[in-house]
Design a protein around this ligand. Structure first.
Ligand code: NI
Length: 426
């Protein structure tokens, strides 16, 4: 009786929430109601950037780094880390000169020299550009192979070397769709920006890269055009439908993970979304992961869902409830002490390695491997080291490039498909 009452209350709450969302007109796409902000850091990397990346990862926040070539050439590992952890790596020119005073050739060289570093780090080609001082004229627009990104919130952090002031200025200026300017070369800017992030997240803002901000607002930014923000124009897509996870589905066969996804979909281990999309670059969620591994193990949707339905955030009609039950029962994915499962959270690479190692042990496979081969071994959490070592030894998980493991990186659907295919011995 109690459970039924609780379910009714949940359903009623869901209905109420739905009715409170802004109306959507037929041609405006989805309005998920999200308030979005893009935090950008200029002029780095610096000695502070790795610490900043740790703090952003702890908050699940993505930012955009407009790097200066002189500094970027000193920190190749940091550039790769920016890319691997899902941030946007972007171009702030090599020498930070006022571009409007340069010839077209010099402007092009200032941009292309940094693009080389960004490409080597695995970043976008062409990467978005921010002209030093935001100075742009016709020659700069003509020479730019990518969108030119200015800002709509400037905390003047280079002048106010005080974290509290930086925090206050960012929070005071923030508005939906804003692009916020900051610099990761000043010790005071980083705690100031992070405190502002905490304040604004508490106010319901979501932090995304500049590119994701545009995609989620249905904007396709053009080379040589200047952008300062992306306010809600009626299109406001939920996470995963644009931006970081966006992939043009008409080009699926050209995706690197196509063969693995096809392999897993044919066997029913992975499924397309309700609209038939494969979403290869979308991060896998805990419930999708449980479903993929359960189906891989031969579990059917008739499997009793009781264990999953004990979680307050797994609704009775959740199609993945049987699989969540199986994964919890097998001790592969564990719920939280407050009786929640967080079905839509994503998994980090080190969490995934730990689950994978448990799964292999369940099937009687064990291998010992060292994590010391990875250049970022020190950043792998203590509880995850055995699992990461084992998965590496078994060849199930590979490094993230540059000899790194990238423990806090996320896994995409295409990556999960690749792992399942390897486990199937293909
Ligand atoms: Ni600058």
């Amino acid at each position: 009786m109690n459970r039924i009452r609780r379910l009714c209350a949940l359903l009623l709450a869901a209905l109420l929430l739905t009715s409170l969302l802004p109306a959507v007109s037929a041609d405006s796409g989805t309005d998920c109601g999200a308030k979005l902000l893009a935090l950008t850091f200029d002029d780095g990397p610096s000695i502070y950037t790795d610490g900043l990346l740790d703090e952003l990862a702890a908050r699940g926040v993505h930012a955009t780094f407009f790097v200066n070539g002189v500094n970027a050439s000193l920190y190749p590992d940091t550039l790769r880390r920016i890319v691997d952890e899902g941030h946007q790596l972007a171009n702030h020119t090599y020498n930070h000169k006022e571009l409007t005073s340069l010839s077209s050739d010099s402007i092009a060289r200032e941009i292309s020299a940094v693009q080389t570093l960004i490409t080597e780090a695995g970043g976008d080609d062409p990467a978005y550009i921010r002209a030093p001082y935001g100075s742009i004229n016709a020659a700069v627009r003509a020479a730019a192979p990518a969108p030119l990104i200015n800002w709509s919130v400037d905390p003047v952090d280079w002048k106010y070397r005080n974290a509290a002031t930086v925090r206050q200025n960012i929070v005071a200026g923030a508005h939906d769709g804003a692009i916020i300017l900051c610099h990761d070369i000043h010790a005071t800017s980083i705690p100031g920006a992070l405190m502002a992030v905490d304040d604004l997240m508490a106010m319901g803002y979501e932090f995304v890269t500049v590119q994701e901000l545009f995609y989620r607002r249905g904007v396709d930014p053009q080379p040589g055009v200047v952008y300062t923000s992306a306010p809600n124009n009626g299109v406001n897509l939920p996470a995963g439908q644009g931006g970081q996870g966006y992939f043009d589905e008409t080009q699926l066969e050209s995706h690197w993970g196509y063969a693995a996804m096809d392999f897993c979909m044919c066997r029913g281990w992975l499924e397309p979304d309700a609209e038939g999309r494969w979403l290869p670059d979308v991060w896998v969620t805990r419930q999708e992961f449980a479903a993929a591994f359960a189906r891989f193990s031969g579990i059917q949707d008739l499997y009793p869902a009781d264990l999953a339905l004990q979680f307050t955030d797994v609704p009775a009609d959740c199609v993945n409830a049987p699989y969540i039950s199986w994964a919890c029962g097998a001790g592969l994915i564990i719920g939280y002490p407050d009786s929640t499962f967080h079905p839509d959270d994503t998994l980090t690479r080190e969490q995934m390695a730990t689950i994978l190692a448990r799964y292999m042990q369940m099937r009687g496979v064990y291998a010992e491997g060292s994590v010391e081969r990875y250049t970022d071994a020190a950043r792998i959490s203590g509880w995850a080291r055995e699992g990461v070592g084992m998965c590496t030894e078994l060849g199930l998980l590979q490094g993230a490039g540059g000899g790194r493991f990238n423990p806090l990186g996320r896994l995409t659907r295409a990556e999960i498909a690749t792992i399942l295919m390897r486990m199937a011995g293909e």
